[in-house]
Design a protein around this ligand. Structure first.
Ligand code: SF4
Length: 371
């Protein structure tokens, strides 16, 4: 069913300078002595999966955690090892945070082949940043973006959070204008989800977070303001200028194949979905094959449809029918029709696409039209 001759490569770097209050990702502060060991294991994994699948990667994504914390020496070594498997035009992204930018020499990273950076800005309001437990200020964020641009990076993404403590429409607008004034080409705008296990969930600050209704208003407000500034919404939470969508992340929504390396990383190869546990010791010490855990499902029509409905381009039910003849596209279109008038989705021929209002209700809406 996969039609892309290439795959993607994801490398998880679980280290952060400090844990943010709301964070549920597999990441933690670790001493520098760990970095070398980790880098060596990542290189072994690149070689292992390179031999096993013999595929070229046309995207590589260093996610985390804070990959830039590894510093250019280790990141460049990993790039050296990955190069034989990368296509000449591969999109190579590294995530980072403004507070650790001094650890990475952007010029060297650019020369090593990294051509896209994604920074966790979250807000341009220092009071909001401090409530989240972020270690940077807005001023540092601006300096980081400028330093990266001066080193030749013209494809930069910033993360913005919605529904965070103290946030109002006014401060959100300031954050959006801040991103726009920096000339970045991509913004990911996520709603804060308060996970029970995080310090934020146990703190008084949680009562200052937006409730469901206010979060919805902030989301629609962000979609509108970003669109006014030329950021095209191409996915529930992602906006791009000048066509600079995240190629790597888009492959997840298109059900394309990828290998994930590192604790908590997920993979989808040759029709099989698997992942590695959130356990760095297992990643370092257990053989790669033994450390793979099977995911319960993958590659079925429901997954295909759900992923496509995350994209503004939507789901083409005639394509769905071709790939999965057991599915009736006409039935799905019929079920989608009642949601067109209230402005939750659009139907154009055989294509169903959600509007921003529809994205807000995406889980419920997807269930209504697919089942
Ligand atoms: S920088 Fe990102 S990954 Fe690290 S603790 Fe903060 S939110 Fe989590």
């Amino acid at each position: 069913m996969n039609k892309n001759p290439y795959a993607g490569l994801y490398i998880h770097v679980p280290f952060c300078a400090q844990k943010c209050r709301y964070c549920d990702f597999y990441s933690f502060p670790k001493g520098e002595e760990y970095f070398e060991i980790y880098k060596n294991r990542v290189i072994e994994a690149i070689e292992f999966y390179g031999k096993k699948y013999a595929r070229s990667y046309n995207s590589l994504y260093f996610g985390g955690g804070t990959p830039l914390l590894l510093g250019e020496k280790h990141l460049c070594s990993i790039m050296e090892a990955a190069k034989p498997y990368l296509t000449a035009d591969a999109e190579v992204t590294a995530e980072g945070n403004p507070g650790v930018s001094e650890r990475a020499d952007f010029k060297k990273l650019r020369e090593a082949g990294i051509n896209r950076l994604s920074f966790g800005l979250q807000s341009s309001n220092d009071k909001e940043l401090s409530a989240l437990g972020r270690i940077h200020s807005a001023k540092e964020a601006a300096e980081t973006v400028k330093a990266a641009q001066n080193a030749g990076f013209d494809n930069i993404s910033l993360d913005l959070m919605l529904g965070i403590p103290y946030q109002t429409e006014k401060t959100l607008l300031e954050s959006i204008n801040f991103c726009d004034s920096l000339g970045v080409s991509h913004i990911s705008s996520y709603m804060l989800k308060i996970e029970d296990t995080t310090p934020l969930a146990k703190s008084e600050l949680r009562f200052l977070c937006a409730d469901e209704e206010k979060s919805a208003d902030l989301y629609l407000f962000a979609c509108e303001e970003l669109s006014k500034r030329g950021f095209e919404q191409y996915e529930i939470s992602n906006f791009a200028k000048g066509g600079k969508r995240s190629f790597h992340n888009t492959r997840y929504w298109l059900d394309d194949e990828y290998i994930g390396i590192g604790p908590s990383a997920h993979s989808f190869m040759e029709g099989r979905r698997f992942y590695t546990d959130r356990n760095i010791n297992d990643f370092l010490n257990v053989s790669f094959e033994k450390n793979e855990k099977e995911e319960s499902s993958g590659g079925n029509w429901e997954e295909f449809a759900m992923l496509r409905l995350r994209l503004s381009e939507g789901l083409d039910v005639s394509e769905l029918e071709k790939l999965f003849p057991e599915v009736s596209g006409a039935e799905i279109l019929e079920k989608a029709k009642p949601f067109e008038a209230p402005g939750l989705l659009k139907i154009s021929g055989s294509i169903i696409s959600f509007t921003p209002k529809g994205f807000l209700l995406s889980n419920a809406l997807t269930a209504e039209i697919l089942y």
